[in-house]
Design a protein around this ligand. Structure first.
Ligand SMILES: Cc1cc2nc3c(=O)[nH]c(=O)nc-3n(C[C@H](O)[C@H](O)[C@H](O)COP(=O)(O)O)c2cc1C
Length: 217
């Protein structure tokens, strides 16, 4: 049989690496995320294991999605950094909810989190920003994220202007740049299984506390 490499319907893979059951699940969602995140970090095939696809919604209910890097997580949620005036920042200002998905394809795993989003305290942004490479710090000042720019040259000129402005001094975070924390009220762990009968275990925050439910694949 010849397979047409440009026909996506011909691409088929059986997921057989692992299983996920209730007995093996950590008691808290963030502990389970830590376990899987460690696996992904230790797996050389998983590039950027802290990348998530982050979906937001505008006022009219139109969704948009993009990749961001998670820079910390704990029982309070996952934290990412961005420009508060970007498209996502504007959407979060009017609709402070988001959904994020880690996908570790080599491990046949996905983790989805959804819930309210809030800006992190300014001190948290300042502490994170101080540890970034200087070039990234200057880039935050140079880029009006999500705006139309005249040209690449205009962007490079804005970077050069930021370099001059902060010559010989530390670069503070721009006032319009910082972190958001997504505090999930649902976190789903997905492990691929044969015959498309995948394991899906979801932590859901109910009135009585967190419950774990198995979802049909
Ligand atoms: C691997 C990867 C990592 C990224 N990490 C971030 C990030 O941490 N923060 C960010 O603002 N944009 C990040 N981006 C860029 C975003 O995907 C997006 O282009 C940008 O944030 C503008 O999105 P918006 O116009 O929807 O606000 C990343 C893109 C990729 C592909």
């Amino acid at each position: 049989m010849t397979i047409d490499p440009v026909d996506p319907s011909a691409l088929r893979r059986s997921y057989e690496r692992a299983a996920l059951d209730e007995a093996g699940l950590a008691p808290e969602w963030h502990e389970q995320l830590s376990r899987w995140f460690l696996d992904a970090v230790g797996d050389a095939r998983s590039l950027e294991p802290n990348a998530v696809q982050l979906a937001t919604c505008d006022e009219a209910g139109r969704a948009s999605v993009r990749t961001v890097l998670v820079k910390s997580f704990d029982e309070r949620g996952i934290v990412f950094y961005t420009n508060y005036r970007s498209a996502k920042g504007r959407e979060l200002a009017v609709r402070p909810y988001a959904s994020a998905a880690f996908v570790w394809l080599a491990l046949e795993r996905q983790v989805r989190l959804s819930g309210p989003v809030a800006q992190v305290p300014r001190e948290e942004t300042e502490a994170y920003f101080a540890g970034r490479p200087r070039g990234s710090q200057l880039g935050a000042w140079a880029s009006p994220q999500s705006e139309v720019v005249a040209s690449r040259a205009a962007l490079d000129a804005a970077y050069a202007a930021a370099e001059r402005r902060f010559a010989g001094q530390d670069v503070p975070p721009p006032p319009y740049w910082g972190g958001y924390r997504l505090a999930p009220d649902a976190v789903e762990f997905w492990q691929g299984r044969p015959d498309r009968l995948h394991d899906r275990l979801r932590f859901r925050c109910a009135d009585t506390g967190w419950v774990v439910e198995r979802l049909a694949p």
